[in-house]
Design a binder for this molecule. Sequence first.
Ligand SMILES: [Zn+2]
Ligand SMILES: [Zn+2]
Length: 230
Amino acid sequence: MLIKTFTITPFQQNTRVVACERTRSAICIDPGERSQELTDFILTNGLELQAITLTHGHLDHVGGTSDLAKAFPAAEIILHKDDEDLYYGLPQQPLLMGIAPHQLAALGFDYDDPPQLTRNWEHGEIYEVGELRFSVRHCPGHTRGHVVLAEETEKRIFVGDCLFEGSVGRTDLPGGSHEQLIQSINEQIMSLGDDFIVYSGHGRETTIGRERTMNPFLTGQYQMLRGRFI
Ligand SMILES: [Zn+2]
Ligand SMILES: [Zn+2]
């Protein structure tokens, strides 16, 4: 399993190319913005990009979809249906975040309408990339349609903005719910083994075991500090 991370966008988002080393089939998880380095990596390594796989619809995860799809027109584009409003509303997302219209171009947030999705993720589906098999798990809470992708043989999980090293995703944006996020994390991520390596949408890699013991949002420490342990 080949995993290459590109940390891009003003949000330091982790865009990843994940490939089956034997068949060279590849996916790009969350292209955050247009990136020549990303396109060149796929081409120079002889990878066949079969899909742009989106964990959720926020701009820092889908902003590069249009350019990548132009470079690799055969690639499917897949997102959960509950985040379609975010995805197709991409040009308006920066404005909803309070960024002024005259700042959009300078920050790289002047998006065109994104390309049509090929299809939607289904919770529980197995998505094959060469010999890799990803189980698709719906994890609402950060957004309504967030999914995570788990490769259970290789023990790797790509969690987008659900879970970070020592933290969890923000839930103050539209569609967010902290209670729902914690439930999703416990049911769809922490239920896997401690030796799974966790690849987050921002920040460093971690493991499920490390987060189980150290992450204050999962150990109960956070609720205690908020005075609502029960
Ligand atoms: Zn997000
Ligand atoms: Zn993000």
